[in-house]
Design a protein around this ligand. Sequence first.
Ligand code: AMP
Length: 114
Amino acid sequence: MAETIFSRIIRKEVPAQIVYEDERVVAFRDIHPQAPVHILIVPREPIATVNDLRPEHAELVGHMVLVARELAHREGVADRGYRLVLNCNPEGGQSVYHLHLHLLGGRPMGWPPG
Ligand code: AMP
């Protein structure tokens, strides 16, 4: 797959507000936040979309969700509530083709999404 800006952020070639990192994921603040808390949890492995996930990625995806849970606590939105989003392909609203989990919080979220 073609490399995206997220690989360059992970390698720290492009600046970002990194709030968490470990051996499997890097999390940083979205450059165009859609809520007071808007963090992207990104695997170091450059998987393009949810469609490219395989059974061997199950632990990685679970880890992404657990990191989001931890960051929601740290950011003070866990009890109020928050939303986790994985956009896939054009109709899902995906614009960067390197898998990422959005953590959105700090304001009420509408449903259904637009
Ligand atoms: P998606 O539309 O689900 O692919 O989400 C991609 C997200 O990446 C958008 O919310 C963008 O605002 C965000 N984004 C794009 N470039 C950067 C960047 N350099 N640093 C932080 N967030 C970015």
